[in-house]
Ligand binder design. Structure first.
Ligand code: PRP
Length: 215
């Protein structure tokens, strides 16, 4: 069997991804107590994992350094590079939303200023609605922008809604659902077809079983 190199997204979806791999029988105990290590060769199977930032998952997969990447669809929407997506892992679910302070008027005719970490996604969305807006790119803690008057509203991901609530913001529109996806380097899919398909099939069957159990 050829070794599969898998790029995992650090942070928000890291634990649920590891749990999903363990549910299909891939022992990932070495990923659970990892300290500051970033590359992990499995002592059990032919897998090697790297832990990187979400947008870097796309780069490693595109360059063929990783065969497979696990990344949120928010990052896929925002990035202009084409990726070969094979599976929706049905974890890390959240949504893109438009939010602001309660006094925000979405129907105000003036040109709105929208702050976001996702300028491309926001631009596409408002363009499709035929609304001309100004976008300010913010790198994090976007919720502050409407509070301090930097922007009229924000486009951001909402998971539990806690960050919005704690900052006195409310959702005005739910834009798009987000979930974690499995992407593959097209050359790896040819060279390591058996290994890639074996993993994808196992994950797909497991996800389906889990879905059937809740419906
Ligand atoms: C995201 C997002 C919100 C928060 C939403 O930020 O930008 O701030 O999570 O999650 P919640 O609905 O569960 O509260 P992230 O934690 O990725 O950090 P950042 O603000 O530094 O980008």
């Amino acid at each position: 069997m050829a070794k599969l190199k898998i790029a995992l997204t650090k942070g928000r979806i890291e634990q649920s991804t590891i749990q999903l791999f363990e549910e299909i029988g891939i022992n990932c105990d070495f990923l659970r107590n990892k300290k500051r290590k970033l590359v992990f060769e499995s002592p059990y199977d032919d897998y090697e994992f790297i832990l990187v930032k979400a947008v870097d998952v796309l780069t490693y997969v595109q360059q063929g350094v990783a065969d497979i990447g696990i990344v949120g669809s928010d990052v896929l929407y925002e990035d202009e590079r084409e990726q070969y997506e094979m599976l929706d892992l049905q974890i890390g679910k959240c949504k893109f939303c438009i939010a602001s302070t309660p006094d925000y008027d979405p129907f105000d005719y003036r040109r709105k200023i929208v702050a976001t970490k996702y300028p491309r996604t926001a631009a596409h969305y408002f363009q499709a609605k035929g609304e001309d807006i100004e976008i300010i790119k913010i790198e994090g803690s976007v919720e502050i922008a409407p509070l301090l008057g930097l922007a009229d509203a924000i486009v951001d991901i909402v998971e539990t809604g806690d960050t919005l609530r704690e900052n006195g913001l409310v959702i005005f529109e739910e834009m798009l659902p987000i979930s974690t996806r499995l992407i593959v380097n097209p050359a790896s899919l040819k060279r390591k077809k058996r290994e890639v398909c074996q993993l994808v099939d196992k994950l797909a069957a497991h996800i389906q079983t889990k879905e059937e159990a809740v419906t």
